[in-house]
Ligand binder design. Structure first.
Ligand code: ZN
Length: 422
């Protein structure tokens, strides 16, 4: 350890309090799906007053581990309480009828943005209750949008899109909050099987999953979602207002760095263009961005698959696209869209007029959850990078929506991906 880090004082007088012993004194009950915040009860994931905890895990998703590092290094006091002055949402979402349906929303806390308000009494009484959702305003500036303006596809209006190319948005960050009985029902397994798998497959990270069946809410150490709303967020819940929406799964390589092996960034920026156009027509636009890197397999697996695809005999072909992923990961895809519609129900959405997605899995999950979908908007051919032709052919052959021809078996065998040395 470097000498400029002051070793932290021992914090627990030599013994570790195990979380597996129940009966927290003063812990408030959670009744998932109750129609008032008081009836539902706050989610208390504090690590300071252990007796107040009424969930498994803690706040901030995967960043909880960094918090632990900060405490271990002596940089953060374990007793720090967030000062929530001036942090309230710039736009108040809901409450919507879906919030009090215990099966409509099982993977986020619908009251998570307004805890400082709806649980003010409990906070004043000493409970450490933290927001799991934050809502703010921003300008987003993207080169593709500037290009769309230059080419005349988009026109700045001074309201949704400024002269300099900035689009005005309301954005919301959402941390996952899982109601375990509801998550189990979504995946068609028993709650005990779900709890056991979560416990064992994280290397035994959360013993309460198997020792505390009284705790039904889990704050999983995974990434959450970010929403970008173009136009009035209040219109999202009004089915008579045209809603353009994309549900996008994270792809750092393409979304941020412009890697051309897939269509992720082109689809994302195309969706933003569609959302701006929708808002300008008097509608509202939504991009929901989920942190599920590389089909929720992670980037290491993803890059291994790229190599396997490009080194296989015959080159990178669409007919082997899913098979190569399955060889490395054991499954073709780990995103499981079952939980994705929750955020749409949180927003009160009942109809998506224009769904900017070709994924049949996303479409099935959205419509299966009771949300009506009108038109499906495909990615225009001229936005597909040459090296991503393998991906798009494989996906359309597998059932992705396309208004164009579906590639046949012979077409799928043609090598279209670039080699590793090219
Ligand atoms: Zn991608």
């Amino acid at each position: 350890m470097s000498s400029d880090v002051t070793p932290a004082a021992p914090r627990s007088a030599g013994h570790i309090r195990l979380t597996s012993h129940g009966g927290g004194f003063g812990a408030l009950p959670i009744t998932w799906g109750a129609d008032t915040p008081t009836g539902r009860g706050p989610v208390v994931g504090t690590t300071t007053t252990r007796l107040h905890r009424n969930v498994i895990g803690t706040h901030s998703g995967s960043y909880g581990v960094y918090r632990a590092l900060a405490v271990a290094a002596g940089a953060l006091s374990r007793d720090h309480r967030a000062d929530l002055t001036n942090t309230s949402p710039t736009h108040l979402i809901g409450p919507h009828p879906q919030w009090s349906d215990p099966d409509a929303i099982v993977s986020l806390d619908p009251w998570g943005a307004s805890v400082a308000d709806v649980f003010a009494g409990e906070i004043a009484a000493g409970y450490d209750i933290r927001p799991s959702i934050a809502v703010t305003r921003a300008h987003v500036i993207l080169p593709e949008i500037a290009d769309a303006i230059a080419r005349g596809r988009l026109r700045p209006d001074g309201r949704f899109l400024l002269e300099g190319g900035a689009a005005l948005v309301t954005k919301a960050a959402i941390e996952p909050v899982w109601y375990l009985p509801g998550v189990a029902r979504r995946f068609g397994c028993t709650e005990s099987d779900l709890r056991r798998a979560l416990f064992e497959e994280t290397g035994g990270m959360y013993p309460e999953l198997v020792t505390r069946s009284d705790l039904e809410v889990f704050l999983p150490p995974i990434g959450g979602q970010t929403l970008y709303v173009f136009g009035d967020a209040g219109d999202l819940a009004d089915p008579s207002v045209e809603l353009t929406a994309r549900v996008h799964d994270e792809c750092n390589g393409s979304d941020v760095f412009g890697s051309d092996i897939c269509t992720c960034r082109p689809y994302l920026t195309h969706a933003i263009e569609e959302c701006i156009l929708g808002a300008q027509r008097g509608g509202v636009g939504l991009v929901s961005y989920s942190r599920k890197e590389g089909r929720a397999l992670g980037e290491v697996t993803k890059f291994l698959v790229y190599n396997a695809r490009k080194r296989q005999l015959g080159g990178d072909t669409a007919d082997q696209y899913f098979a190569r992923t399955e060889c490395v990961a054991g499954v073709q895809d780990m995103r499981f869209q079952e939980l994705m519609p929750d955020v749409l129900h949180w927003l009160g959405i009942r109809k998506i007029h224009r769904l900017v997605s070709m994924s049949n899995m996303k479409y099935d999950a959205i419509t299966g959850s009771g949300i009506e979908v009108g038109t499906r908007v495909n990615l225009p051919d001229d936005l597909i990078p040459a090296d991503a032709r393998v991906e798009i052919d494989a996906k359309t052959a597998a059932g992705y929506f396309t208004p164009g021809p579906i590639p046949d078996a012979a077409e799928l065998k043609k090598a279209k991906g670039r080699g590793l040395d090219a």
